[in-house]
Design a protein around this ligand. Sequence first.
Ligand code: AMP
Ligand code: AMP
Length: 333
Amino acid sequence: MTKDFKIATFGSHSALQILKGAKDEGFKTICICLKGRDQPYRSFKVADEIIIIDSYYDYFKIENDLIKNNAILIPHASMIAYLGNENIKKIKANYFGDKHILDVESDREKQRTWLMNSGLITPKKFQNPEDIDRLCIVKFHGASGGKGYFLTNSKEDFNKKIDSGKKFIIQEYIVGVPVYIHYFYSPIKQELELMGFDKRYESNVDSIGRIAAKDQIHTPIETSYNITGNMPLVLRESLLPEVFKMGESVVKISNNLTSKGLFGPFCLETVITPDLEIFVFEISARIVAGTNISTNGSPYTFLRYDEPMSTGRRIAREIKQAIKLNQLNKVLG
Ligand code: AMP
Ligand code: AMP
């Protein structure tokens, strides 16, 4: 029964939404917080219990408390970025999602193969800086939130900007509008749901247009993509059939990658060109913070549900249904 389990997550990223959603579904909640980061979780009253730790690695010191409480841990990017995939695999507490899909997600090469095998359009990748023949974006590995990415259009410029200690990839820069697509795949109902869209607010790239070109020329600005927030978006309706097809395709192909495949929330990160081609430059195989704009539900979840359905709440509902049907093994990894 729901009351026999608790929902736990780390206090950052999408924890407010996850914990609120869990409470709305009748679960007791636990927020694991770094010292000094607990105020939002107390103020918004989303956590029945707050466990304070000094560093993310101290998670393992408090894990037994979670296990005793029959807690189900919901992963998000902050947990993955700060604990790391290898530590995540050592988690013994109940864990929502498939830990193995994270290995595919965090390896840009494997991720790209997954997207391409799913028939999605991806930006061209340049193996060698010598091959750069157009505007490219240089990215680093891991969930760094766009920090330090830079644009380049030649080998010479690349060599000037690159920090040689870092593992990077060079990708064709797609000129269009960025659109983040949020999905939820239910392993219980075996159905894909479209949860909504968002647009990111990144510093400083989203502010370059506030400076006139004549002033930009005299200032050595480097564009950077550090995420600071998210904005709501609805998509041109005629693009929705393609959006569903894309989501279904990545779920189908994920079954060749891990035993349980991709399930729960995930996001396709795209740029849509003036020809309405949807280029997918990344996949996140877990809840993304862009869903925080829909804590009270999105225009799309409103169509399907009679109550506010955030992605956090949708996770809790899936767990609740799995408990009821005695199928928890389908949602825990
Ligand atoms: P934080 O806990 O805010 O330091 O975030 C950890 C990681 O989660 C960042 O490096 C980002 O990759 C990701 N992240 C956090 N917030 C957002 C957001 N609002 N949108 C997209 N990604 C985010
Ligand atoms: P990511 O860390 O992959 O989510 O990328 C951070 C940001 O860089 C995105 O939100 C986009 O604004 C931008 N971006 C990433 N890849 C591309 C691309 N191939 N073309 C254009 N913009 C991109």
